[in-house]
Design a protein around this ligand. Structure first.
Ligand code: SF4
Ligand code: SF4
Length: 112
């Protein structure tokens, strides 16, 4: 026990080495991939992004002008961003709050 005493004292009065996730926000490092965001106002529902996506994370229905994005499939490769002719997708380099369920994002354009 006396041998461990310095270590015990040090641990009692030092800060934790780990981050208090998710309460404490992580400071992003350079070149972090971030996450993908869509702008349905710019989108023309051409489906080029869905064709380029290697993870099958995007589905586009041209008739109903609906783009469905499954963020949990996305590997943030940015192939969709490079292929979009309308600049309607962006990789946003900011922290994303944790999700508790695997949900899809549905982006709807104005029909008509
Ligand atoms: S996000 Fe871009 S590539 Fe995808 S359907 Fe819309 S306009 Fe086309
Ligand atoms: S970033 Fe890559 S994986 Fe994610 S939706 Fe775009 S093409 Fe698909």
């Amino acid at each position: 026990m006396p041998v461990m005493l310095p270590t015990i004292m040090k641990n009692l009065f030092s800060k934790p080495d780990t981050r208090l996730y998710p309460v404490e926000e992580r400071i992003l490092y350079p070149q972090v991939r971030g996450h993908v965001e869509f702008n349905s106002d710019k989108c023309i529902f051409c489906s080029l992004c869905a064709k380029r996506c290697p993870a099958d994370a995007i589905e586009v229905d041209r008739d109903s002008k609906t783009l469905t994005f499954q963020p949990f499939r996305c590997i943030v490769c940015a192939a969709c961003v490079e292929g979009c002719p309308k600049d309607a997708i962006a990789v946003v380099e900011k922290w994303h709050a944790p999700e508790y369920e695997k949900t899809s994002e549905v982006h709807q354009g104005a029909v008509g």
